[in-house]
Design a protein around this ligand. Structure first.
Ligand code: SF4
Ligand code: FES
Length: 332
């Protein structure tokens, strides 16, 4: 089994593993960000360049570095390879350029975008972006259109990651949309007068890393951080029935698939679960969804705040502070 070192951490991985997969095995600290790769979709990756890394040593056999940054989602590990992600200033600088490119045509309409708070591009821009763009030319403009009764397309927000195309190709019976034209006129479109309508089409909303494809049944109902996500299931005969409900009080505002720590859906769900079961009584609620404490969605919600408080109090006790009343502490 080949061994690879990523940001100074060595790991042994099965043959055929990509640098990105190896980095994910080590953990989120060294895993490069991804905007087009999706582990549940075959042949995804290779479009956005966000996952670039520096290969400072090609392999044990050929120790030469690779001449330019490589897309980690598409580059397989070689035995003895050495890779730099967060430890390479050049990679971080180059990634900043990639973000600038992705944002060339993407409008900064986060205040009115349904994806705000759970947008991969928003997070990427925050963590890797530049303060200003150097772009001075006219941006692409498109009308907002409905593609079917459940999905709205804002083409201006699309970053052409192809995830939605691959989702429809791989998990629905009939794909009726794709990327038409090339270069700066490329756009997501349905074949003439077609709508995206089949049992699993709603999954394109979940895989879209930005707010280009949004749920028409949820649009403008609430900012996502004002909702409370809980995991729930039902005895669906089309999909696993394992979903995430986004509640406001007793109301189910939105149903989505559950997502893992990489922001990818765990299991694709059917349209009946997503769009038709909007009552709490349709579901067996399992409990609060695990949400990263760095996410704006976790604001004021769950246990992590209590957990943080418990940890802080423990540390304070260990340091010789004694709890008095409320949250305040004094030195013993
Ligand atoms: S609509 Fe969304 S998922 Fe589809 S290509 Fe554009 S950004 Fe990717
Ligand atoms: S995630 Fe690798 S190129 Fe997009």
């Amino acid at each position: 089994m080949p061994k690879v070192t990523i940001d100074g951490i060595e790991i042994e991985v099965p043959k055929g593993t990509t640098i990105l997969q190896a980095a994910r095995m080590i953990g989120p600290e060294v895993a490069p960000p991804t905007m087009c790769y999706y582990s549940k979709l075959k042949t995804s990756g290779g479009y956005c360049r966000t996952c670039i890394v520096k290969v400072s040593k090609g392999s044990a056999q050929n120790p030469n570095p690779m001449p330019k940054p490589v897309a980690s989602c598409r580059t397989e590990v070689m035995d003895g390879m050495e890779v730099q992600n967060i430890t390479s200033p050049e990679v971080l600088e180059a990634r900043k350029g990639v973000v600038e490119f992705l944002l060339i045509n993407h409008p900064l309409d986060c205040p009115i975008c349904d994806q705000a708070g759970e947008c991969d591009l928003q997070n990427l821009g925050y963590e890797h972006g530049a303060v200003k763009t150097r772009y001075e030319f006219k941006r692409r403009e498109f009308e907002v259109i409905d593609i079917g009764k459940y999905i709205k397309l804002h083409m201006t927000r699309c970053i052409l990651c192809y995830r939605c195309v691959k989702t429809c190709e791989q998990i629905t019976d009939k794909r009726v949309h794709g990327v038409i034209h090339r270069g700066d006129v490329s756009e997501i479109s349905t074949y003439i007068e077609n709508a995206i309508e089949n049992d699993f089409s709603g999954n394109v909303i979940d895989v879209c890393p930005v707010g280009a494809l949004t749920d028409r049944t949820f649009r403008f109902k609430s900012r996502v951080w004002f909702t409370k996500p809980v995991d729930a299931h039902c005895g669906c005969n089309k999909c696993s029935g394992k979903v995430r409900l986004w509640l406001k009080g007793e109301e189910v505002l939105r149903v989505t698939a559950r997502k893992d720590q990489w922001g990818e859906v765990e299991e694709f769900i059917c349209n009946s679960c997503r769009f038709e079961k909007k009552k709490k009584s349709d579901w067996v609620i399992e409990g609060p969804s695990p949400i990263s404490h760095q996410s704006v969605i976790s604001q004021n919600h769950y246990n992590h705040l209590n957990e943080v408080k418990i940890q802080v109090l423990k540390q304070q006790k260990a340091l010789g502070f004694a709890e008095t009343k409320g949250d305040s502490v004094t030195r013993k």
